[in-house]
Design a protein around this ligand. Structure first.
Ligand code: TEU
Length: 601
């Protein structure tokens, strides 16, 4: 049990403590030696509290201690050889059904040969369930029905069969933290105090707002119903009502639903904001300092809630294990150490999680209008992929439906769009972990050129904009929206461009196809060691992948800058693949050039 008398070093040794410290350093863009030195390490939290009294709110340390002490059991530190699994070997492709192709599920079905040709093994399908579409399907009205706009359950069955015929897998998006306010459970619960679904949600009576928590999409996290005299919790939009996992009947309903999908042949799930599912019933206020720092008041109470691990174990045991289903958790706010707590095989919770710390550089959040320096990727990967994974595994991605396109963040003008897109692809398919491509990555899709708030559709941006207007002029508010809006990634795919690249010789599309084929040609890319080289070179990311005893060994280097840089490729290594012509012919790497070599061990 950690207390105010505990030393900073002891907090650092705790996985949650370590991740919280890293997160704070990242948010404030402070170097880690500030904390990781003997003087700071030997300081008690109490001393630290006195020293930081002017900046940090009085309840901050207690709030952090509470989260830390909620997790006494931490993973054992014994590295093992990773056990083989299909999802470690697969290349995933995320489909956002609203903008992937016209024709909903039938449209997707018509593109399966396309995906197969690219080399994709598994599809993660964003929600296609019945929904009013307030958050494009992440507001589920009925988990058992397909939204008519996307098709029917027969179309879904055809999609599952079509994928399986091609040896591919299907992972559905499962939203278990909330439902739409139009879900039958919610409608019944709201209207009738005695409803069997009343306890499925967080209703609170009284006139005052139950606490100070804010919604991820702006404003209070509580919605008022004057007629019923109640408040209801929604961490996301006003139509996404949080589910109360403390209610055993709710959990059983959710497990039953997951089993129903698995019995149809679905191979696994991507679990939406799954680290948020446990909330303390007493609904304490959030600490203002943590709120100001993270942008979300209350986060310390739900980003790792009191019964989170218990729920995840139960979900796995009751719903996933009978089907040997795969699970990848979307876990905003957690770091590398906590990811091990979720994915350690002995804890039987999740197979994989998504970490987001590489999507912005230190000191920045998504809505900051800034240029992303790709050299940060070296620091990020060296730390994250070097860290002992325990029994866990990594997910490798640069894009999804919630983020502007990475190549536009690094190079807004698009001068290096093609080499950059290829370089990111090269890293994604040769580092250690499971790659998740997002639709459009294969054709170097870039951000949109929105010019006015009227063109924005994303519920998050539309919620944030009025909040921003309270403190800044409309031009500045729009700049922030433009920097971070999720609409960039949600524009319809440009199939004409994709077809052009598919037919072209040196296209980004072809490069993806070659990389996927290369990855498949050697198990060293999957289960091999990863060793980072030349740590002092700030511009080049260099690493070796080796599988002992198969004999395969590879050297990869990537120039993370738009300037020419000297190569470190070993003499005599055989160049296999690169994102420029004449790969490995000179000792100079061009802007964002990346090369893969075969080396003897
Ligand atoms: O996203 C959750 C999440 O935390 C963010 O990435 C999210 O985009 C938000 O901007 C936080 O500021 C998941 C889904 O991926 C997202 O599309 C949904 O809107 C959200 O959950 C709610 O279901």
């Amino acid at each position: 049990m950690l207390t105010l008398q505990s030393k900073l070093r002891e907090v650092r040794a705790h996985p949650i403590g370590s991740d919280i410290i890293d997160k704070l350093l990242l948010l404030m863009n402070l170097p880690s030696w500030l904390i990781d030195n003997p003087i700071a390490g030997g300081m008690s939290l109490n001393t630290l509290r006195i020293l930081t009294g002017r900046v940090v709110s009085p309840g901050f340390f207690e709030a952090v201690l509470k989260v830390l002490n909620s997790e006494p059991e931490v993973p054992v530190d014994t590295p093992v050889q990773p056990a083989p699994a299909w999802w470690k070997e697969a290349v995933f492709y995320q489909i956002y059904p609203l903008s992937f192709v016209e024709g909903g599920l039938r449209g997707i079905l018509s593109k399966l040969d396309y995906l197969h040709e690219l080399g994709v093994d598994a599809v993660w399908l964003s929600p296609v369930y019945d929904s009013p579409g307030d958050d494009n399907g992440y507001d589920v009205r009925d988990y058992y029905t397909i939204l008519p706009k996307f098709g029917s359950m027969d179309d879904m069955d055809a999609l599952i069969a079509g994928l399986h015929e091609r040896g591919m897998k299907l992972v559905m998006d499962l939203v278990l933290n909330h439902t739409s306010d139009e879900h039958m459970w919610y409608q019944s619960a709201l209207k009738d105090k005695a409803s069997p679904y009343r306890d499925f949600y967080f209703f609170r009576e009284g006139t005052a707002t139950p606490n100070n928590w804010t919604s991820f999409f702006g404003g209070s996290a509580w919605k008022r119903y004057d007629e019923q005299g109640v408040w209801a919790l929604h961490l996301f939009s006003k139509k996404q009502m949080d589910l109360n996992w403390a209610c055993p009947e709710l959990r059983q309903e959710l497990y039953k639903m997951a089993r129903w999908w698995l019995s149809k042949g679905v191979d696994g799930f991507r679990l939406d904001v799954v680290n948020l599912i446990s909330k303390p019933g007493e609904m304490p206020d959030g600490d203002p300092f943590i709120g100001a720092l993270t942008g979300y008041i209350g986060a310390e109470h739900f980003f790792h809630g009191p019964r989170l691990h218990e729920y995840l174990e139960e979900l796995r045991a009751e719903a996933f294990e009978p089907f040997e289903a795969f699970s990848v958790g979307e876990t905003p706010g957690i770091g590398i150490k906590m990811s091990r707590m979720f994915t350690d095989v002995y804890r039987r919770q999740l197979d994989l999680v998504f970490l987001f710390d590489h999507l912005e550089t230190p000191g920045h959040t998504r809505f900051d209008d800034y240029r992303y320096k790709a050299t940060y990727l070296k620091r990020f990967y060296t730390k994250h992929l070097n860290a002992d994974l325990g029994h866990g595994w990594n997910a490798l991605f640069f894009n999804n439906h919630d983020n502007p396109r990475m190549i536009s963040k690094i190079d807004p003008e698009g001068q290096y769009a093609e080499p950059l897109a290829k370089m990111l692809a090269l890293l994604q398919l040769t580092l250690r972990g499971t790659p998740f491509l997002y639709q459009g990555d294969e054709a170097a899709a870039r951000n949109q050129r929105f010019t006015s708030i009227d063109q924005i559709q994303d519920v998050e941006s539309l919620g944030l904009y009025p909040e921003l207007l309270k403190t800044m002029p409309p031009e500045d508010a729009f700049k922030r929206i433009l920097a971070g809006t999720r609409d960039h990634a949600r524009a319809p795919l440009d199939w004409a461009e994709i077809e052009r690249q598919r037919g072209g010789a040196d296209s980004v599309w072809r490069f993806y196809q070659e990389l996927i084929a290369l990855r498949r040609s050697s198990q060293a890319w999957i289960y091999g060691d990863l060793e980072f080289l030349y740590p002092k070179d700030k511009h080049l990311l260099c690493y070796r992948r080796r599988l002992i005893p198969s004999g395969d060994g590879f050297y990869v280097e990537a120039n993370l800058t738009p300037k020419k840089c000297a190569s470190h490729a070993p003499n005599g290594a055989q160049a296999l693949l690169g994102n420029y012509e004449g790969v490995g012919k000179t000792r100079v790497l061009r802007p964002y050039e990346g090369c893969i070599y075969k080396v003897s061990q």
